[in-house]
Ligand binder design. Structure first.
Ligand code: DGJ
Length: 536
């Protein structure tokens, strides 16, 4: 009896303790039926992100960061941590900025993604400590085919790897102690790795490795064996570097995870998504779309390979999303341009199951990476992002949960503003751009809206039940029809504007009359719940 009572009591205690454990559980990535979610505090989390400028990682800059973050309604800040900053002298670690950032992030009610700028930052070693930069004997640079030094650190420098790994693991060990509540939800290991200028290291060590057979694990993934040149032909240098850079990054990630097992990812500087012709493979060796397979084999400790998308060309943006959103790779866009034409891709990313999306350069420190991004973060530019995040922020948890479980689709205005369609279940959804809110498509004046020439508009939808959809979008007209009519007609049973609160729909009003007679015309970012029916 007593044993039974003790068992009962300990079970009871366990149940009582469970919510507390869930509260502090480690962020992690989960995958089900090819869809992914980032769990934070035990539940799906949609990262409405903002990445600050490269040199905003100092306490004195933070007052210029928070107003932009709040204006954007971001729930996550991506913040660089430079190796030079945390280990200015070898073996002397200084995590005071990490601590300050944790404190201020909590105060400002946002989560953090830390960006480890170490061996590679846009391929170069500028963020390594001076003692690394100065010692090219111990920390070798790549060697060019002509035998001279290249600026990039070699992926074959064992001492460089060990030193970077030690610093990174120390930071993760520090986080384990300093961040029990997991304000930090994810860590980026290095930044845009690879090699600009030359495709790989041509040092004697590298040359020897390059002449060998490709590693057995890679052979079995590729279904081919042979030397790098035999297997990869004209992309051999890039493939070889991808393997070695990925192994290097993976070893660092593994050491970091041994201290604190947060989700980790590597971001990619991208080449044209359609062709490898005429390009030198960009940051050769980084996780570009054509070497994703190599990175997947070489870096099993990275949950995600993530594209930095700075093209606002619709076809390219959509292709990058297609290439990186895979059953074995959650879609995360950790950097994208912060100019108005990029904002519409938030909807496309969301509708393609993105776990996070973040424009780059979001602070008021006065730096602008135009022409990649905006010339200025003026009110209109900021609003293009902020107005969308504002609608999603209150429902981000519910959106992430539903998008993990249910079919979704995303739209963004293509460059020629032509219609786009998606089929979910028996419903065909058509997105149209450049119409006034009022008027049928074939009315002469319907499409004279000034928006018709602007790169704005898009929507994300979740099919929450066979005939029920959650719709978020802006500057778009959506029409629903039966994919196969079979003599049936379709109708809206109800269209409601509102929001979600703790998983429950809260209606602000029903749309009817003009608001539904010409399709669903979303102008400012809006959240709708629609129910559809048929009649004969
Ligand atoms: C991509 C890099 O990852 C960023 O850190 C930054 O350098 C941008 N390019 C350009 O502003």
């Amino acid at each position: 009896m007593r044993a039974l009572r003790r068992l009962f009591l300990s079970l009871l205690l366990l149940c009582l303790a469970a919510p507390a454990i869930a509260q502090t559980s480690l962020p992690r990535i989960v995958t089900k039926n090819g869809r992914h979610a980032l769990l934070v505090d035990g539940a799906p989390f949609l990262m409405l992100g903002a990445q600050v400028n490269n040199s905003s990682n100092y306490p004195s800059m933070l007052p210029l960061v928070w107003p932009t973050i709040h204006a954007m309604h971001a729930n996550t800040v991506e913040m660089p941590i430079g190796w030079e900053q945390v280990e200015p002298e070898e073996g002397r670690f200084d995590f005071s900025f990490v601590d300050e950032m944790l404190r201020q992030a909590r105060q400002n009610d946002v989560r953090l993604v830390l960006l480890w700028f170490g061996t590679w930052k846009n391929t170069n070693p500028q963020y390594t400590p001076e003692w690394v930069k100065a010692d090219t004997r111990r920390f070798p640079r790549e060697i060019k085919p002509d035998g001279t030094s290249h600026f990039v650190l070699s992926a074959h420098g064992r001492a460089t790897l060990e030193a970077d790994k030690k610093a990174f693991a120390s930071m993760m060990a520090h986080l384990r102690e300093a961040d029990p509540q997991h304000t930090v939800i994810m860590v980026q290991v290095q930044n845009e790795t690879g090699s600009y200028g030359i495709p790989r290291d041509f040092s004697p060590v590298a040359q020897r490795l390059f002449a060998q057979q490709i590693p057995a694990e890679l052979s079995s993934r590729m279904g081919k064996s042979g030397t790098w040149s035999q297997v990869f032909g004209k992309t051999a240098d890039q493939a070889f570097n991808a393997w070695h850079v990925a192994r290097y990054v993976d070893e660092i990630a593994e050491a970091g995870k041994a201290q604190l097992d947060l989700p980790m990812y590597a971001n990619a500087s991208l080449t044209d998504p359609f062709t490898l012709e005429g390009v030198q493979f960009g940051a050769s060796g980084g996780p570009n779309w054509n070497v994703i397979e190599i990175w997947k084999v070489a870096a099993p400790h990275l949950e995600i390979l993530a594209p930095d998308i700075y093209s606002s060309d619709y076809a390219k943006y959509a292709k990058y999303i297609e290439r990186y959103g895979r059953p074995d790779n959650p879609l995360l866009i950790p950097e994208t341009g912060n100019d108005v034409p990029f904002a519409r891709f938030f909807w496309l990313a969301l509708g393609n199951g993105a776990i996070g999306w973040a424009p780059f350069g979001m602070d008021a420190t006065g730096y602008f990476n135009f022409p990649l991004g905006a010339k200025q973060l003026d009110a209109e530019t900021l609003d293009a992002f902020a107005s969308k995040f504002a609608v999603l922020a209150p429902v981000a948890r519910d959106w992430a949960r539903l998008a993990f479980e249910r079919p979704t689709a995303g739209f963004a205005r293509p460059d020629d503003a032509s219609d786009q369609t998606a089929v979910l279940g028996r419903w065909k959804i058509t997105a149209k751009y450049g119409f006034w809110q009022f008027g049928l498509e074939d009315w002469p004046k319907s499409r004279t809206s000034p928006n018709k020439d602007l790169p704005v508009g898009g929507a994300a939808v979740i099919q929450v039940a066979p005939d029920e959809f959650l719709v978020a979008g802006s500057d778009v007209r959506l029409r629903y029809s039966l994919d196969k009519s079979d003599g049936m007609s379709s109708q809206f049973l109800s269209v409601e504007e509102g929001t979600l609160r703790d998983g429950r729909w809260v209606m602000a009003r029903r749309w009817n009359g003009d608001q539904v007679d010409y399709g669903l015309n979303l102008v400012r970012p809006t959240l709708l719940k629609i129910r559809l029916g048929t009649y004969r």
